[in-house]
Design a protein around this ligand. Structure first.
Ligand SMILES: Cc1cc2nc3c(=O)[nH]c(=O)nc-3n(C[C@H](O)[C@H](O)[C@H](O)COP(=O)(O)O)c2cc1C
Length: 209
């Protein structure tokens, strides 16, 4: 077992190498690679060990095509600025399952938190926190495996996607991850934003200087 404080260069390297990739080769992923990465990604922490994150995996051409059919109208598809994103051989949607959090926080050891009655009580929606942690873990594993990925929002399409793929009503999508082999990418406008200086985001001991 690794001692706390030991360096883990694999994680640091994957984090440094990760970029949102919006241009893919259409080549399929090796069989079962994705399931293995998701199995590892679900080691990310979850509140109360709820394990309330589930994954919709679309890695067959007809499934991926159905996703884009659901989210891009014919007209929008023609003018979509990232046609290479549509070639990614796999899409993964991590979902937070709020019901599992209510159930878990009704258990005796969580009673003092008073979060087991309804979702409105939750100051922070942990199902989304956990979903985001799993999504990040998956991105690092994808990069470590020599693949590329891009996390993007579902915006107004969440319900249509859920309906199309039989996702239960209570599930909340944190976003969609495209995964595949990178081709030379044109960076998005967002990428041109300079990284904020560390001194601006770090508040040691107290907010403000
Ligand atoms: C919550 C979230 C939502 C995002 N939504 C989109 C999106 O809808 N479309 C897109 O092209 N990229 C999206 N991105 C990717 C960001 O634009 C990207 O991470 C950011 O510009 C930094 O670039 P990098 O990932 O290459 O480091 C999203 C990223 C996050 C974390």
């Amino acid at each position: 077992m690794q001692r706390s404080g030991d360096a883990t260069p694999g994680v640091a390297q994957a984090l440094a190498a990760r970029r949102s990739c919006r241009n893919y080769r259409p080549d399929p992923l090796p069989n079962s690679l994705l399931n293995g990465l998701i199995d590892q990604a679900r080691r990310a922490p979850t509140a109360g060990n709820c394990q309330g994150v589930e994954f919709l995996v679309l890695d067959q051409p007809d499934q991926v095509a159905a996703y884009w059919e659901t989210t891009l109208s014919g007209e929008r598809k023609k003018t979509f600025p990232w046609p290479g994103l549509l070639l990614a051989p796999a899409l993964v949607v991590p979902y937070g399952m709020p019901g599992r959090y209510l159930e878990r926080y009704r258990e005796p050891d969580k009673a003092t938190a008073e979060l087991g009655e309804n979702l409105e009580q939750w100051p922070v929606p942990y199902w989304l926190v956990d979903g985001a942690a799993a999504a990040m873990a998956l991105q690092l594993l994808v990069v470590e495996a020599g693949l590329a990925c891009c996390f993007f929002g579902q915006f107004s399409h969440e319900k249509n996607i859920a309906d199309r793929f039989g996702v239960p009503q209570e599930a909340v999508a944190v976003g969609t991850l495209a995964i595949g082999y990178a081709v030379d990418d044109r960076p998005s406008k967002s990428t041109k934003r300079p990284r904020r200086p560390l001194t601006e985001v770090l508040h040691n001991g107290r907010w403000g200087h």
